[in-house]
Design a protein around this ligand. Structure first.
Ligand code: ADE
Length: 225
């Protein structure tokens, strides 16, 4: 899978894909992440990417032309399954959306800045809008990094243990069960006996019942139909 991220702040995305699971997925050729600086498509001598809002008011708006030039340059190379705008008024991101996106081949994530992007892009070019939560970030970059991470770690081969994505919280609308490692006792705090006994079926049943209990207690909304 290939993800192209369009931004006016490429440096904000320097770190997130250079570690751990995502780094490995990229090195293994399972995933590609390309960051594009929209300023390279900016207008005039100053490579302008924003302008005053028609109708007045504080805050600048991202101009159409640089974003369209970048998107069309990418589209001339390959077909994109989705052109996604990261925005607080988009559809709320969740695990099933991550699963859905992970099945696509090529996607574009567009990061907004300033007061937002010229609305005509949203009407004519953008195919989906995603929010990572009801709060406003200074730009879409951190949101794009969140979506990229949640999606790419699901790709077959990204994780060493293929089954581990399936046991994540939210995969079946349940929170993950508690996990433990050595030592089996610390300051008198003991690991539940059942995990040490070696009865894998009993462990599985225990984990499932813990998941249900934790979900009832912490996120009862997930159990509602
Ligand atoms: N850009 C600014 N805030 C955002 C949010 N909450 N989700 C997605 N993109 C954003």
């Amino acid at each position: 899978m290939r993800i192209d991220i369009l931004t006016v702040q490429p440096k904000l995305l320097d770190g997130p894909f250079d570690h751990s699971i995502l780094k490995r997925a990229i090195q293994r050729g399972i995933a590609q992440v390309h960051i594009h600086d929209l300023r390279a498509f900016g207008l005039g001598k100053h490579k302008q990417v924003d302008d005053y809002a028609y109708g007045g008011g504080a805050g600048m708006v991202m101009r159409l032309e640089p974003m369209i030039a970048c998107i069309e340059a990418l589209q001339s190379e390959r077909k994109y399954d989705a052109i996604i705008y990261m925005t607080p008024d988009g559809e709320r991101f969740h695990q099933s959306l991550a699963n859905q996106i992970s099945l696509q081949e090529n996607i574009i994530l567009l990061c907004g800045h300033y007061k937002g992007i010229d609305h005509r892009l949203r009407e004519h070019i953008i195919t989906r809008e995603i929010s990572i939560g009801d709060y406003v970030l200074s730009g879409g970059e951190l949101a794009a990094a969140v979506v990229t991470d949640a999606v790419l770690r699901l790709l077959p081969g990204a994780m060493n243990d293929e089954t581990s994505a399936l046991s994540d919280s939210f995969q079946d609308n349940l929170l993950a069960p508690p996990v433990y490692t050595r030592p089996s006792e610390f300051r008198g705090w003991k690991v539940p006996e059942i995990l040490i006994g070696g009865d894998t079926r009993a462990v599985e049943e225990w984990r499932h019942s813990q998941s249900v209990e934790r979900t009832k207690k912490l996120r009862p909304d997930l159990l509602e139909p």
